[in-house]
Design a protein around this ligand. Structure first.
Ligand SMILES: [Zn+2]
Length: 243
């Protein structure tokens, strides 16, 4: 009985901890947009953890055929591996946000290290693109008050969203990913897909196929697509010449 009770208490504490620090929706520590305030049929597609080839380029190839632009939250060390992919995305009208430099969970636990990691990720993209990104998606959506304060000082707006499929990492079938993602679509929804694989290389072929199903379904339903700056009415990059 005591064991059962302590087990339930641990589950409650874990659940509460997740909700406070990692839930897509919690606003406890400050603004963390997970949707746009619109009644129009518009959705923002976002992609985390890339570039990861050939999958990021396959997504870009497909989006170009549909004239759809999206937001890519990229990991600095992956950008260093595939700079030409990031340049191509930016050239084709996609918005590039930062998703840290290393995407290592242990970096999230030491604030001084995480702060440097965030700065390095932003600087990597700034050097490559000649524009300073203004949007940041925290790895695992993990945040805490010091982090949100520092992001604002650095001119980075934290962006949340809806996970297309919570088990996307295990690559269920494209149909399952698409079905779950479509169930979350509302006017102003921000969908989170992963073109990368925890900042390493790894298969994302089923995500690519799921994105095709989702986009074509939404186009048939009369939806249009916006990048995050368009959806939220905020700058995607800092004005040229400013930090
Ligand atoms: Zn990530």
């Amino acid at each position: 009985m005591i064991i059962l009770a302590s087990g339930s208490i641990s589950a409650v504490v874990l659940g509460l901890g997740y909700w406070i620090f990692m839930s897509p929706y919690s606003q406890l520590f400050g603004d963390f947009s997970y949707k746009g305030m619109t009644s129009g049929k518009v959705v923002a597609l976002t992609f985390d953890d890339g570039p990861n080839e050939p999958f990021t380029s396959e997504i870009a190839d497909f989006l170009r055929t549909r004239a759809v632009t999206a937001t890519f939250f990229q990991v600095g060390r992956c950008v260093d591996r595939n700079p030409e992919v990031t340049e191509r995305l930016a050239r084709e009208g996609h918005l590039i946000g930062t998703h840290s430099y290393s995407h290592r969970f242990r970096h999230c636990l030491r604030w001084s290290i995480q702060k440097k990691d965030i700065e390095r990720g932003q600087q990597t993209l700034t050097t490559l693109l000649g524009r300073r990104p203004a949007l940041f998606r925290p790895p695992w959506l993990f945040r805490h008050p010091s982090m949100l304060r520092t992001l604002r000082v650095q001119g980075l707006e934290p962006i949340s969203g809806e996970f297309a499929h919570v088990l996307e990492v295990f690559q269920p079938s494209p149909e399952r990913i698409a079905r779950r993602a479509l169930a979350k679509v509302r006017p102003g929804a921000i969908l989170i897909f992963h073109d990368g694989f925890d900042a390493r290389t790894g298969p994302r072929g089923r995500t690519v196929e799921a994105v095709k199903l989702v986009v074509d379904h939404l186009l048939r339903d009369g939806y249009s697509f916006a990048t995050i700056d368009e959806l939220l009415g905020i700058p995607g990059y800092h004005a040229q010449g400013k930090s």
